[in-house]
Design a protein around this ligand. Structure first.
Ligand code: GCB
Length: 560
C-alpha cells in the first residue's frame, strides 16, 4: 500500500522478478507473502514497433485477481474489478511508437461484501497481518493470472460479435450482429467457412444480418463440428479496416419435461467439476494443464464439466468447443450469504452494491462466452443461501437479467439448501444440487447416505417438477491410502461412495446428469478438514488416477 503516493506507477524501488501469468502465492517461500492480502505491483518495459504508427493500440488482460489498476508510461489507463474475466483498454494516446514504454499494474486481492465472490477482511489486534474470512473452499490465489496482450487495430475497430443459429430442416439460419467503434466502414463482408470452403457469404452496410445455408452439420459431443464466421470491415475501395474470425457450432439446447435436450435428443451429463489449480502456477494460465484435464475427462468417458466456481480461461472454452465437451458456465458468485454471516440479502433488503457487481460480471461472462457451442447452460451462483427469505428477490433479479441477456440457454444456480427449505427452485430451468451425504453427514455410513440422497432428490423433483442434476458429490481421498472394509479418506471409500450415489441416480428417471467433485485435488486454505488442500479429486493434483478414476471410466463409458 502507499505505492500510488510514492509514484510506483513510474517504476518500483526494489523489484523482484515475477512470472506472468501465474499466482504470486506459489512462487514465494515466505508464508506472509504466500498469504499476502493487499496490493502488489507489477512493472515492465515493452517496445511498440514503429510500424504501428497510425494504428489504434490496445492492452488486454485475460484475468487479474481480484482488481487491477493499470498505468502506461506513468498515466492511469484503466481499472477493473472481477478476478476471472478479461478487460481491455485503448492505449493509443498513452504510448510512444518506435520506442520503449512502461506498464505498471497494481493488483489488489482484498474482498469485501460487495465483491463477487464476497469475503471479509479481519484485522486482528497486534502486529500481525490481516486475515481473509472467505466463504469458498479454494485458495484465494492472486496475481496476473492470464495472458496480457498488446495489439493494434485499424481506424475502424470491431468490439463485439454475436452469432446465433437456428437449425431447421435442410437449412440453418445464422443471425449475427456486431459492435464497433471508430471510423464508419463502407461495407461489412461476412463469410461462413466450413474448413476452407465458403458456405455462405454476404456484403452489407448494416451491423447485423442473417445468412442461411444448407446442408449443414450439427455440433455435439462425438461430432463437434465447428464452422468459422469471418467479418471484414471494408472501406470504399475494398481495403480491409479490421477483421475478426470466430468459431461457432450449430446446436440447440432445451429443457423439456424431465429431460435436457441437445439437438432435440435427451442427453445425460457425465463429468467432473474442475478448478484452475496446479503446482507452481496456482491459478495461472497453463495451456498444457487445460489440455491434460480435458483429455482426462474424455478418458473417463465424460461429456461435460462445470466451470466451478468462476469463469475459466477462454482457451478452456475453445478447447471444449473443439473436443465436444458440454459446459455449465458459472459466474464467480460463490458463497453468497454464506453461513448467515454475510448480508447480501435479508428479508425485504437486497444489497444493491453486491447485486450490481454480480450483474456486471454475469454480463461480462455472457459477452465473453456467448458464441461457444460448448456452453449449454449458465450457473448464476454456487451454493447461495437459497433457503433464506431475501434470496427470492435477489435471485429473481439475477435470473431475469441472465435470461434477458441470453434467451437461448437454460439458466440455473447450484443449490446446497435442503430440498424442503429452498425458496428459489421455481426461478430456474433445471435443479442443480450439490450433496455430501456419507461425507460431511452420515460419516462412513453409505447405507444411510443412499437413503438421504434418494429422499432429497425426490423432494426436489416433487416440489418443482423439473429435472434434477447432481452437480457435486465426492469424498476426500488420500492417494495411496487403502482400507478394507472401506473407511473414509481411503481410495476404497471414494469408490464405494461414488458407486452408492450412482446406484441411487440410476433409479431416478428425472436425473439429467452427475458431476463428481472434483476432477483433481486442489489447494485450499488450511483447516482441519483439509489435508494440504481438498482431496476429493479422482486424480491427484499431479493428474495421476486414484482407484475412483478407473471406476468412473468403467461407469461412464457404458452409461449413455
Ligand atoms: C461444496 C462446494 C465446493 C467444495 C466442496 C467440498 O459444496 O461447492 O466448492 O470444495 O463442497 O469439498 O466441501
Amino acid at each position: 500500500e502507499g505505492g500510488e503516493e510514492r509514484g510506483w506507477f513510474r517504476g518500483l524501488p526494489d523489484p523482484e522478478p515475477m512470472a506472468v501469468p501465474a499466482s504470486f502465492n506459489e512462487l514465494v517461500a515466505r508464508p506472509e507473502l504466500r498469504d499476502f492480502l493487499g496490493s502488489v505491483w507489477y512493472f515492465r518495459r515493452f517496445f511498440v514497433p514503429a510500424s504501428w504508427a497510425g494504428k489504434r493500440i490496445w492492452l488486454r488482460f485475460g484475468a487479474v485477481n481480484y482488481r487491477a489498476t493499470v498505468w502506461v508510461n506513468g498515466r492511469k489507463l484503466t481499472e477493473w474489478e472481477g478476478g476471472h474475466l478479461p478487460f481491455a483498454a485503448e492505449a493509443t494516446s498513452f504510448l510512444r511508437v518506435g520506442e520503449e514504454n512502461t506498464l505498471a499494474v497494481k493488483v489488489n486481492n482484498l474482498l469485501d461484501w460487495a465483491t463477487i465472490p464476497p469475503g471479509r477482511v479481519i484485522r486482528p489486534p497486534g502486529d500481525v497481518g490481516p486475515l481473509l474470512e472467505q466463504y469458498f473452499d479454494f485458495f484465494h490465489y492472486a496475481g496476473i493470472h492470464r495472458s496480457v496482450h498488446l495489439y493494434a487495430t485499424g481506424p475502424a475497430t470491431l468490439r463485439d460479435l454475436t452469432i446465433r443459429t437456428r437449425p431447421a430442416a435442410g437449412k440453418v439460419l445464422v443471425s449475427w450482429s456486431l459492435e464497433r467503434d471508430g471510423e464508419e466502414p463502407h461495407r461489412r463482408r461476412i463469410r461462413i467457412l466450413d474448413h476452407e470452403k465458403v458456405v455462405a457469404e454476404a456484403e452489407t452496410a448494416e451491423d447485423r444480418g442473417e445468412l442461411a445455408f444448407g446442408p449443414y452439420r450439427l455440433w455435439a459431443p462425438g461430432h463437434p463440428h465447428l464452422y468459422r464466421f469471418r467479418v471484414d470491415l471494408l472501406d470504399g475501395e475494398g481495403r480491409m479496416l479490421d477483421s475478426y474470425t470466430e468459431d461457432f457450432g450449430i446446436r440447440t439446447v432445451a429443457v423439456e419435461g424431465d429431460r435436457l435436450l441437445l439437438n432435440g435428443e435427451p442427453v445425460y451429463l457425465k463429468g467432473c467439476c474442475r478448478h484452475e489449480d496446479f503446482h507452481l502456477v496456482g491459478r495461472g494460465l497453463l495451456l498444457p494443464l487445460i489440455q491434460k484435464d480435458l483429455n482426462l475427462l474424455r478418458w473417463l468417458g465424460a461429456n461435460s464439466f462445470r466451470t466451478s466456481h468462476y469463469p475459466y480461461a477462454e482457451e478452456t472454452m475453445m478447447l471444449a468447443d473443439r473436443l465436444g465437451l458440454l459446459v455449465i458456465d458459472e459466474c464467480p458468485a460463490v458463497g453468497l450469504n454464506a453461513w448467515g454471516a454475510f448480508p447480501v440479502f435479508v428479508p425485504d433488503r437486497v444489497d444493491e452494491k453486491t447485486l450490481a457487481t454480480h450483474l456486471r460480471l454475469m454480463e461480462a461472462l455472457y459477452r465473453r462466452d456467448k458464441n461457444h457451442p460448448s456452453v449449454i447452460a449458465w450457473s448464476v451462483a454456487n451454493e447461495p443461501a437459497s433457503e433464506e427469505e431475501g434470496a427470492v428477490e435477489y435471485f429473481a433479479r439475477v435470473v431475469a437479467a441472465m435470461r434477458a441477456l441470453d434467451p437461448t440457454r437454460p439458466v440455473t444456480f447450484v443449490a446446497s439448501a435442503p430440498a424442503d427449505r429452498d425458496r428459489c427452485g421455481h426461478l430456474v430451468d433445471f435443479i442443480a444440487v450439490n450433496r455430501y451425504f456419507g461425507w460431511y453427514t452420515e460419516e462412513g455410513r453409505l447405507d444411510l447416505a443412499a437413503e438421504r440422497l434418494r429422499d432429497d432428490l425426490r423432494c426436489w423433483h416433487r416440489r418443482y417438477g423439473k429435472p434434477v442434476m447432481l452437480t457435486e458429490f465426492g469424498a476426500d481421498t488420500v492417494a495411496g491410502l487403502h482400507t478394507l472394509p472401506p473407511q473414509m479418506f481411503s481410495e476404497e471409500y471414494q469408490v464405494e461412495f461414488l458407486r452408492t450415489y450412482a446406484r441411487v441416480l440410476d433409479e431416478l428417471d428425472f436425473i439429467i446428469g452427475e458431476h463428481v467433485w472434483n476432477l483433481a485435488d486442489f489447494m485450499t486454505n488450511q483447516g482441519i478438514r483439509r489435508v494440504v488442500g481438498n482431496r476429493k479429486g479422482v486424480f491427484t493434483r499431479e493428474r495421476q488416477p486414484k482407484m475412483a478414476a478407473h471406476y468412473l471410466r468403467e461407469r461412464w463409458t457404458r452409461r449413455k
